[in-house]
Design a protein around this ligand. Structure first.
Ligand code: MF3
Ligand code: CO
Length: 258
């Protein structure tokens, strides 16, 4: 099969704008994580997201995207992705809350997700959150010029499988730049081929969505919220990264702790 992908290679100038977008999104996530506490509604999180994004002079990339009604996706427990904020949804002690958010800075996008604990959570839930995050870091070791895209995909699955966890198969990571979703699609599980060659200047959103139970997911009646079919907990971790000339990728949407 012949690949016909339009994977954009960003110029230094574009990369600089994506760095700025990412740095802002990282800070937005830090602000949102602090809002996760028992008694808060998921709508409160959206209000905080809209304010933070505006305060940084950015636009929320999710708001209005295919009609999505909020600036952030807030997915609780067995909700995998695309939870719509609601003033009726009150967070409680022990919940795990996946926050997925995107910003546009001077025409360039950044996309990132974190799963956050609401108060004290079970050891089982914490382990899922940790392993999901670690699977991202393990996988991006393969995000190097000269490697192939699906090396990253395989590494996510290889990391989580020994824990008995599964990778959601119906949703994938993606290229990102002027558009939130650009080529290529980036599955979080083994592919039959190694896929497209990684080239410096590619910007990719790598986003493992990991379930404690089975990988199968279902759509809720709101046409957005995705939940695990078996009701098991799910976690999400995503960053926008840059393939560099040599060595490790640059994680654009995470201000590295020093
Ligand atoms: N961050 C999601 C992704 O990675 C996009 C959210 S969909 C939206 O694909 F509609 F909420 F924008
Ligand atoms: Co994404």
């Amino acid at each position: 099969m012949v690949e016909d992908l339009a994977i954009t290679i960003k110029s230094e100038k574009e990369i600089q704008l994506m760095r700025e977008a990412g740095k802002i999104l990282s800070q937005v996530h830090d602000i949102l994580a602090k809002e996760i506490k028992p008694g808060a509604t998921t709508k409160d999180i959206d209000i905080a997201a809209r304010k933070a994004i505006a305060d940084f002079g950015c636009k929320p990339s999710f708001l209005g995207y295919n009609g999505y009604p909020a600036a952030v996706c807030v997915s609780v427990n067995d909700e995998v992705i695309h939870g719509i904020p609601s003033k009726k949804r009150i967070l409680k002690e022990g919940d795990i809350v996946s926050l997925d958010c995107g910003v546009i800075y001077k025409g360039y996008q950044s996309d990132a997700a974190r799963t956050v604990a609401c108060g004290k959570i079970s050891a089982e839930a914490q382990k899922l959150i940790d392993v999901t995050r670690e699977s991202f870091f393990s996988a991006i070791k393969y995000a190097k010029a000269g490697n192939h895209l699906y090396d990253i995909s395989a590494a996510v699955e290889d990391y989580v499988t020994p824990y008995g966890y599964t990778c959601v198969r119906d949703f994938v990571g993606h290229g990102i730049g002027r558009e939130m979703h650009e080529d290529p699609q980036i599955p979080n599980f083994h592919q039959k081929r190694r896929g497209p060659l990684l080239v410096p200047g590619m910007t990719l959103a790598i986003e493992p969505m990991i379930n404690i139970g089975r990988p199968d997911v279902v759509w809720m009646d709101d046409d957005w919220t995705i939940v695990t079919e078996d009701g098991s907990l799910s976690a999400h971790y995503e960053n926008t990264i840059l393939i560099t000339e040599e060595g490790e990728p640059e994680i654009l949407s995470l201000v590295q702790p020093v």
